[in-house]
Design a protein around this ligand. Sequence first.
Ligand SMILES: Cc1cc2nc3c(=O)[nH]c(=O)nc-3n(C[C@H](O)[C@H](O)[C@H](O)COP(=O)(O)O)c2cc1C
Length: 390
Amino acid sequence: MILDRRQALKAVFGWAAGSPLALAQGEDPLYGPLNVFDFAELAKKKLDPLAWDYLEGGSEDEASLRDNRAIFRKVIIRPRALVDVHKIDLSLELFGKKLDYPILLDPAGGKNCFYPNGELEVSKAAARAKALHITNGGIEEFLESGQAPVWWQVTTGGQFQNPQSMRSFVQRLESMGCSGICFTVDIMHVSHRERDIRNRLERAWCETGLPKRDADGRMPPAKNPWRVGVYPSRPAPTPTWNTLRELTAMTKLPVIVKGILTGEDAARCVESGASCVMVSNHGARQLDHVGSTLEALPEVVRAVQGRIPVLVDGGFRRGTDILKGLALGAKAVAIARPYLYGLAAFGGRGVERVLELLKTELALDMALAGVPTLASIDSSLVRFRDSLLE
Ligand SMILES: Cc1cc2nc3c(=O)[nH]c(=O)nc-3n(C[C@H](O)[C@H](O)[C@H](O)COP(=O)(O)O)c2cc1C
């Protein structure tokens, strides 16, 4: 029998489906979850409920948390027909470095609540997946080994109290081979995350890992539980635009400002020497009722006028979500909870698998939408629909 090309391929794949490799994949629970939501379910099952609430929750009413997801139903894709989509290219360049795909790992503190030695686990997974990892630090040895991926250190301002401490922080990052500095500007005070407050979570537990419950399932009493009713104050002035100007003048590393939600602030970032802004509401974990990040994105993109790249995060769970973010002007999209679900469920392998699933979903969605490269994606690919806006 003579097989044509398609029949021959079918025969090969048919055989592969029954091969030991395919069977091994089938039996490995890592390959059970089909998407980010499946990973979330597994993570919820595996984690102590306190850790799950810390991972998943938002602040106060959790209005922005719902908005971050709901907005994706209000943006629809306008696919293009009859485009050659036999090859899909997800690659891009950010600050002179080539990235294989436009999905970055956001910083997330408290990973030891989800998996032992969580930061290192994520960093190693990011290296294997060739993803850019914005880290909260604590992985210096891995970084110095030269195997770590392109990465950014995040700071929330503590190191910027005076020019000396800023300088030593910047020098340390430069000498470690860090590729950028991510300056998170929306967490000068910590919000009320009421799930955690009701759970009497001790914030320090998120750094060290949750203590074991006793035989009756009780946590040890928290020494310093998260509370309401504490008037906000910090012992030293919090960072200002002047701080950002000093920082950008002090380093050659790109400075990305994370936590921008308005066009005015985005324009000030450009004027203050920032190399990039990330539209972010901190995963709806800080000020509530700020709307979704996808709503804020067009205004920021307009204000920046192509002078620096714009990134976005918040609620991205599907390839189509990422496609919408890119269409509305983001250069790349960052995620936190999705990879934390993977981490909680399977450690670093889970992080890698989540990235693989998102990456392949995005590629497939691009193929189906008739946009084979990132450059072919623009705002004409989407529109906001009115009917769901109420
Ligand atoms: C458990 C957790 C811890 C976080 N810790 C930090 C942090 O230390 N610094 C920071 O800039 N953002 C932090 N974030 C916010 C994320 O970087 C990111 O902005 C947001 O979670 C993205 O939304 P997503 O989780 O829906 O993908 C944290 C988020 C989570 C879920």
